[in-house]
Design a binder for this molecule. Structure first.
Ligand SMILES: [Zn+2]
Length: 160
């Protein structure tokens, strides 16, 4: 088990800080996949999420990923969150709101438009979770799964 840590400084004390472009390795407890894990404020945390929150002043959106593919790296410059994914979802949601305003009705699941099916496929292919997409389109996650895997709406062509 990781040793409980109490302050932000305690967390940083376990990071081997190197050059700004180098990987800063976590010197504390790592799980079997190499991700640093720790206890902080009496809760268990993935270290990169804590580092992200410290350096950005907000919680990460979705997953924290590494540009360096090094799971134990804590260099804030190598960490990014699901914000880019969220942006894609937001723009789809905005487009949908506009569509609704224009047509005056909310389309239920049975009336998903071809464009929406293409948007759903695109989001799924670009890493959005089925649950996230389901939230945007207000349909069930299993339905998104069937659309994303091309089991439903097979007649809708693939986006160019
Ligand atoms: Zn790195």
């Amino acid at each position: 088990m990781p040793t409980p840590l109490k302050t932000v400084a305690d967390i940083w004390a376990q990071v081997v800080i190197a050059g700004s472009n180098e990987c800063w390795l976590w010197n504390g407890y790592r799980d079997k996949d190499g991700y640093g894990r720790t206890c902080y404020n009496r809760k268990k945390h993935v270290v990169t999420r804590l580092i992200f929150a410290f350096t950005h002043g907000r919680d990460p959106v979705g997953l924290v990923c590494h540009t360096c593919d090094n799971p134990s790296c804590c260099n804030p410059a190598h960490l990014y969150d699901g914000d880019h994914e969220q942006n894609a979802l937001d723009s789809v949601a905005r487009g949908r709101a506009k569509y609704k305003a224009h047509h005056g009705t909310d389309n239920g699941f049975s009336k998903l438009k071809e464009q929406e099916v293409m948007d759903i496929r695109w989001l799924a292919d670009n890493g959005a979770t089925h649950k996230q997409i389901a939230g945007v389109f207000r349909v069930s996650a299993p339905l998104i799964h069937y659309i994303a895997t091309r089991k439903y709406w097979r007649h809708v062509p693939e986006a160019a």
